[in-house]
Design a protein. Sequence first.
Lengths: 353, 249, 287
Amino acid sequence: MSENVKAVRAYRRNVALALGLLLLVFVLIPVFVKSPYILNIFVLVFYMSTLSMAWNLLGGMTGQNSLGHAAYMGLGAYASCLLITKAGANPWLSAIFGMVVVGLVAGVIFYPCFILRGPYFTLVSIAFGEAMRQFIINSTFFGRASGVGLPFGRDSWLDFRFGSKVPYYYVGLAMVLLIYLLMKKIERSRMGYALRTIREDEDAAAAIGINPTKYKIMAVVVSAMVAALVGFFYASYIRYIDPDLMVQAKSTESVLPAVVGGAAYVEGPLVGGLIMIPLSEFLRARYSAMLPGINMLLYAIALLAVIRFRPTGILGWYMHSKTKKFVDEKLLRKPPVEVFEAVELQKRGGKEA
Amino acid sequence: MSNTPIIEVQHITKRFKGLTAVKDVSFSIREGAITGMIGPNGAGKSTTFNMICGYYPPTEGRIFFKGQDITDKKAHEYTNMKIARTFQIMKPLKNLSVLENVVASCYFGHAAARSEREARERAMEILEFTGLFDKRHILSKDMGTPDQKRLEMARALATKPELLFLDENMAGLNPAETEAAIELIRQINRSGVTIFLIEHIMQAVVSLCEEVIVLHHGEKIAEGTPEQVMNDPYVMEVYLGTKGGAAHA
Amino acid sequence: MEIFLQACVNGLLMGGFYSLMGMGQNVIFGVMKIVNFCHGEMLMVGMYLTYVLSTTFGLDPYLCVPFVAIIMFCLGAVIQHTLITPSLGTKSFTNLLFLTVGLGLLLSNGALVIFGSEYRTIPTSYAQTYIGLGPVNIALPRLISFCVLVVISVVLFAFLKYTTTGKQIRAVSQNPVGAEVVGINARRIYILTYGIGTALAGVAGALLTGFYTIFPTAGASFGFRALIVVVVGGLGSIPGAFFAGIFLGLLETMVALFISPSYSDLIVFITFIVILVVRQMIIIRRK
């Protein structure tokens, strides 16, 4: 038995070591990489992956396919920017304000919509996004089509304003980590089980005592709030926002990392984002002068190829591959699942000998 | 044994756009017993069942649980009242493992687990009880019908019900599997759970149930002990043909 | 009053396109229960196809319609056979949804790569010809297009109602398993359906070229309006789609006339959400 405990501890230590190394690499990148172009790509990866994780909570985990996440992101960006420019509020407080506003709006708007099942939710999310965008284009308060700019000035943590990309890199990295941990926590919690049960079958969910509407609202609110946070980050980084932020194509872009990476996994958007976004940026920088749209064309082809040949995404494929087996057994020395259970039982005072 | 029935159904009627599926049906379910409902296809069994489970409300009539009116309760409020159900067409959480299926159930209902550890622990117990322990890491979509039917029961039991509704839980099983299922249902009943089931398989109903209700064309035509019902001439005519008592497997 | 009548006519003529798009979407949704999110892009492909045909062979845009229909039908059939049918097997609604979304991305960005982002038109001798009808002036291309699409709608309706293939399509949309049991090859029907849906979108695109500019994202607004039409007109109902399309066209022009043209999109989307939710609530009440 104690051998089991040792094996499990060794495995946990190996995993922690591997993850720690990975994190260290990301922390050290700005120390060695000075090119703003490369750093910009990383920042892009961070916030797009976060947005995709927000989508994945609703799409991958709950099975509610939203195509309106650009609208939540845009709305969050607008809410926090307007509070900064019109009321002179502190950006960090504005971020919280933006998240609360978007959470409320999403909750109120989608409450009646969640009596709709299946494709209707998707349609409403598109219509909602377009309606939001049209509203902003027509509203003087929101700056109409010309958008809102954030003031430039001295570097300052208080104002979240920097000339260099390095601080944005670290804040972006922290945001990804934070949201990843949040999503992981949700996945393992009662809410996570409720959402996955709803995804598989709403009637079965109701039969075991899950109120589908309540949990779907929770999912959409959390998801929209995370998207709003990304909106705030984006606005602070680019320092200018306009209604184009909310176009339909942006919502689609936010879905791609999750679907390509594997929508059933919390890590899916991270994997997808880390692969797809640098590739797309590279193509755009290299060829977009000659062939505009080439990067999105690649996105489309990757998406179709994944859906057609690897319907569970890159991670779904990895999870059942020999590579994983090799990594688990040889590199991380993962003990068989029975060993875990034995240790688990033993910890509780042990029913089994 | 208390005298108030655990479930009392009073004059429920269900009409779908002019079609009357269930007409003025009343019956009660005694606490601690196994009560069965039988009837030919299209007799309104499933409709009645779904109304009692809060899946849709009856057009007329009331349903009481321990004297409390539950007619308008929603489906998801039932496990909080210690009532659980299974589905005739199995609804396993396909892309989740068997263990996760049951863990999900442990998180909800009146005795919802407060921690992941508690939920997993209880799920393990239930898997052992229902004989699915060895298959706990299989994805539920990869299991056969008998195991999926068991999983339906395991998921319902994980909410710690006092009253369990089983919707054709033995349909599609072979005789040996049916026998095993009957034994499991008996065990559940002995552990103090009142059971109400609808079933096609005569053998199961006769050997399990203390009381039987017979529906035909949406109306109740008989109720009583299995012997009484089987010997009722009208029941023999409409449901069993003339043979009577023959297994309908 | 004259302005009002003129707006009504304009709305009606535009609504015809929404109807045609909606009917194509409806046939697809009815049979496969998937929302075709690249329907608007198919319209755009139809436009470019017309453009290519008329610039290389000097054909009049309206003479291109049959060719566009045939080519688009084949395109749809190929897409269905190679991409959608295999994914139908996985029963993953998410995947099917993003399959069509991905196709839309592929088509619009493909057009961007091939043709660039500039706006194109097909010049015709009658583009600026107007026909006076009492107080109302109608642009000739719009009138011709409308007449053609009304004919197409009627033909489609009759095809589904009276021909054997049409009946098979309706059978599959009612109950795919039952249809297979009675010997209908569902795969063939899927190919046929998606082909017809795509062809309808392509024809709508071809008919638009007479008076509309051609650019890679030209289809987007039509695509979403097709979805509105389907939902408002009732899933599977061809006449419903027809009238919902006309209604949508009228609604747009009325908002533009009485409120402001810039609000027409906003109001259309909000109306859609409200109709959808209210109708669903009524359905739930009735249950």
